[in-house]
Unconditional design. Structure first.
Length: 177
Protein backbone atom coordinates (compact mmCIF):
# COMPACT_ATOMS: atom_id res chain seq x y z
CA UNK A 1 0.00 0.00 0.00
CA UNK A 2 1.22 3.55 -0.84
CA UNK A 3 1.91 5.82 2.13
CA UNK A 4 0.82 9.42 1.41
CA UNK A 5 2.21 10.72 4.70
CA UNK A 6 5.81 10.83 3.46
CA UNK A 7 5.14 12.71 0.20
CA UNK A 8 2.89 15.17 2.02
CA UNK A 9 5.60 15.75 4.62
CA UNK A 10 8.15 16.43 1.89
CA UNK A 11 5.75 18.84 0.17
CA UNK A 12 5.04 20.59 3.46
CA UNK A 13 8.77 20.88 4.13
CA UNK A 14 9.43 22.35 0.68
CA UNK A 15 6.57 24.81 1.09
CA UNK A 16 7.96 25.93 4.45
CA UNK A 17 11.45 26.36 3.00
CA UNK A 18 10.24 28.43 0.05
CA UNK A 19 7.91 30.57 2.15
CA UNK A 20 10.95 31.68 4.19
CA UNK A 21 13.09 32.35 1.11
CA UNK A 22 14.28 35.91 0.82
CA UNK A 23 12.81 38.16 -1.82
CA UNK A 24 14.80 40.08 -4.38
CA UNK A 25 15.93 43.65 -3.93
CA UNK A 26 13.32 46.00 -5.40
CA UNK A 27 13.77 49.58 -6.68
CA UNK A 28 10.89 52.05 -7.08
CA UNK A 29 10.49 55.79 -7.63
CA UNK A 30 7.84 58.46 -7.33
CA UNK A 31 9.65 60.44 -10.06
CA UNK A 32 10.28 57.91 -12.83
CA UNK A 33 8.19 55.01 -14.09
CA UNK A 34 9.38 51.79 -15.70
CA UNK A 35 9.24 52.13 -19.50
CA UNK A 36 7.97 55.74 -19.50
CA UNK A 37 9.66 59.00 -20.52
CA UNK A 38 11.32 61.09 -17.81
CA UNK A 39 10.25 64.67 -17.14
CA UNK A 40 12.38 67.68 -18.09
CA UNK A 41 13.38 67.94 -14.42
CA UNK A 42 15.71 64.96 -14.99
CA UNK A 43 17.16 66.24 -18.28
CA UNK A 44 20.74 67.49 -18.44
CA UNK A 45 21.46 71.24 -18.39
CA UNK A 46 24.00 71.52 -21.20
CA UNK A 47 25.08 69.80 -24.43
CA UNK A 48 22.03 71.36 -26.13
CA UNK A 49 19.59 70.28 -23.41
CA UNK A 50 17.86 72.66 -21.01
CA UNK A 51 16.61 70.51 -18.14
CA UNK A 52 17.01 71.01 -14.40
CA UNK A 53 19.55 68.15 -14.12
CA UNK A 54 18.09 66.76 -10.90
CA UNK A 55 18.49 63.14 -9.90
CA UNK A 56 15.16 61.36 -9.34
CA UNK A 57 13.77 60.14 -6.04
CA UNK A 58 14.58 56.45 -5.56
CA UNK A 59 13.70 53.95 -2.84
CA UNK A 60 14.52 50.30 -2.32
CA UNK A 61 13.52 47.45 -0.07
CA UNK A 62 14.05 43.72 0.49
CA UNK A 63 17.71 44.39 1.22
CA UNK A 64 19.83 41.22 1.24
CA UNK A 65 21.47 40.06 4.44
CA UNK A 66 25.14 41.08 4.65
CA UNK A 67 24.66 44.40 2.86
CA UNK A 68 27.24 46.92 4.10
CA UNK A 69 26.72 49.65 1.47
CA UNK A 70 24.85 50.60 -1.67
CA UNK A 71 25.79 52.02 -5.04
CA UNK A 72 23.47 53.79 -7.46
CA UNK A 73 24.15 53.99 -11.17
CA UNK A 74 22.32 55.49 -14.15
CA UNK A 75 23.39 54.15 -17.52
CA UNK A 76 22.20 54.65 -21.11
CA UNK A 77 22.94 51.53 -23.18
CA UNK A 78 21.53 53.22 -26.31
CA UNK A 79 24.01 56.11 -26.51
CA UNK A 80 25.75 56.19 -29.90
CA UNK A 81 29.20 55.58 -28.39
CA UNK A 82 29.77 51.86 -28.80
CA UNK A 83 30.02 51.59 -25.00
CA UNK A 84 26.88 53.29 -23.67
CA UNK A 85 26.91 56.41 -21.48
CA UNK A 86 27.22 56.66 -17.68
CA UNK A 87 24.92 59.35 -16.25
CA UNK A 88 25.47 58.72 -12.55
CA UNK A 89 27.68 56.69 -10.27
CA UNK A 90 27.19 57.02 -6.51
CA UNK A 91 29.16 54.67 -4.25
CA UNK A 92 29.63 53.77 -0.60
CA UNK A 93 26.16 54.82 0.57
CA UNK A 94 25.77 53.48 4.13
CA UNK A 95 23.72 50.29 4.59
CA UNK A 96 21.11 52.21 6.61
CA UNK A 97 20.22 54.14 3.42
CA UNK A 98 17.00 52.91 1.78
CA UNK A 99 16.05 55.90 -0.36
CA UNK A 100 17.29 59.05 -2.05
CA UNK A 101 15.26 62.23 -2.32
CA UNK A 102 15.07 64.11 -5.62
CA UNK A 103 18.34 65.99 -6.11
CA UNK A 104 20.05 64.03 -3.31
CA UNK A 105 23.45 65.24 -2.09
CA UNK A 106 25.37 61.96 -1.97
CA UNK A 107 28.28 63.34 0.07
CA UNK A 108 25.86 64.52 2.78
CA UNK A 109 24.62 60.93 3.05
CA UNK A 110 28.13 59.56 3.57
CA UNK A 111 28.71 58.36 -0.01
CA UNK A 112 30.79 59.58 -2.90
CA UNK A 113 30.26 60.12 -6.62
CA UNK A 114 32.47 59.18 -9.56
CA UNK A 115 33.25 61.09 -12.76
CA UNK A 116 30.64 60.26 -15.40
CA UNK A 117 30.73 60.43 -19.18
CA UNK A 118 29.83 64.14 -19.25
CA UNK A 119 33.26 64.67 -17.64
CA UNK A 120 31.79 65.87 -14.34
CA UNK A 121 31.23 64.28 -10.95
CA UNK A 122 27.59 63.88 -9.89
CA UNK A 123 24.30 63.25 -11.63
CA UNK A 124 24.05 64.08 -15.34
CA UNK A 125 20.54 63.89 -16.72
CA UNK A 126 19.23 62.55 -20.00
CA UNK A 127 20.29 64.35 -23.20
CA UNK A 128 20.11 62.06 -26.21
CA UNK A 129 21.37 63.46 -29.52
CA UNK A 130 18.61 65.07 -31.61
CA UNK A 131 17.04 62.52 -33.96
CA UNK A 132 18.76 59.55 -32.29
CA UNK A 133 15.52 57.85 -31.28
CA UNK A 134 14.48 56.49 -27.90
CA UNK A 135 17.10 55.94 -25.21
CA UNK A 136 16.75 53.82 -22.08
CA UNK A 137 18.04 55.13 -18.76
CA UNK A 138 18.76 52.24 -16.39
CA UNK A 139 18.77 53.31 -12.74
CA UNK A 140 20.26 50.50 -10.67
CA UNK A 141 20.72 50.07 -6.93
CA UNK A 142 23.49 47.65 -5.96
CA UNK A 143 23.63 45.94 -2.53
CA UNK A 144 27.29 45.43 -1.63
CA UNK A 145 29.15 43.39 1.02
CA UNK A 146 31.73 46.13 1.72
CA UNK A 147 31.25 49.50 3.43
CA UNK A 148 33.71 51.07 0.98
CA UNK A 149 34.78 49.86 -2.44
CA UNK A 150 38.08 51.78 -2.22
CA UNK A 151 37.41 53.60 -5.50
CA UNK A 152 37.69 57.36 -6.04
CA UNK A 153 36.07 59.98 -8.26
CA UNK A 154 38.55 59.34 -11.08
CA UNK A 155 37.95 55.59 -11.33
CA UNK A 156 36.76 54.94 -14.91
CA UNK A 157 33.07 54.00 -15.15
CA UNK A 158 33.91 50.66 -16.81
CA UNK A 159 36.09 49.72 -13.81
CA UNK A 160 33.29 50.75 -11.44
CA UNK A 161 30.83 48.63 -13.45
CA UNK A 162 33.18 45.64 -13.34
CA UNK A 163 33.67 46.06 -9.59
CA UNK A 164 29.93 46.34 -8.91
CA UNK A 165 29.10 43.29 -11.02
CA UNK A 166 31.80 41.22 -9.35
CA UNK A 167 30.75 42.08 -5.77
CA UNK A 168 26.99 42.67 -5.78
CA UNK A 169 24.89 40.66 -3.35
CA UNK A 170 21.88 41.74 -5.41
CA UNK A 171 20.80 44.57 -7.69
CA UNK A 172 17.54 46.03 -8.95
CA UNK A 173 17.00 48.19 -12.03
CA UNK A 174 14.30 50.68 -12.99
CA UNK A 175 14.41 51.68 -16.66
CA UNK A 176 12.92 54.97 -17.86
CA UNK A 177 13.10 56.44 -21.36
Amino acid sequence: MYNLAKPLSAIALLAALFSNASTALELTSTDITEGHPMKKTFEYAGWGCSGKNQSPQLQWHDIPEGTKSFAITAYDPDAPTGSGFWHWIALDLPAKTDHLVRGAKISELGGQEVRIDYGSVGFGGACPPVGDGMHRYQFTVWALPKASLGLDENTPPAVVGFTLNSLALDKATLTAT
